[in-house]
Design a protein around this ligand. Structure first.
Ligand code: ZN
Length: 122
């Protein structure tokens, strides 16, 4: 390291310049290391694929679709609540058929992504 005032070469870790007496900023190299951004590998894990399973969503739709469970699972909360309310009001008749159709659509690939637009995994 070098003195910032007179440019004399100093011993590493010296806090004062031995030539001009200027206080040398110690551990500046240390601080530089710490301020470097830490690369985060997990920032976008598997961004292409949903963590939701197509099979699980499809089966939920077929068996519990009348209560909107498959839509809760996929994150379509608004639609899920509508199906849940409809399912309670009509004892699952209308929404049950709705859910059954959506469950089949999920399994056949007609509905192939979750509410975030990510493709469902097989
Ligand atoms: Zn100096």
């Amino acid at each position: 390291m070098y003195c910032p005032n007179c440019g004399a070469e100093l011993q590493n870790g010296a806090s004062f310049c031995t030539y001009c007496g200027t206080k040398v900023a110690e551990s500046s190299a240390e601080k530089e290391k710490q301020s470097q951004p830490v690369w985060q590998d997990n920032a976008h894990p598997d961004s292409e694929l949903s963590d939701k399973s197509k099979l699980a969503a499809g089966l939920l739709g077929i068996f519990l679709g009348g209560l909107g469970v498959h839509n809760f699972y996929l994150g379509y909360t608004g639609k899920a609540v509508a199906q849940l309310v409809l399912g309670i009001c009509c004892l699952g008749t209308v929404s049950g058929i709705w859910g059954l159709i959506e469950g089949i659509m999920i399994l056949t690939g007609s509905i192939d992504c979750d509410a975030k637009g990510k493709k469902l995994r097989e």
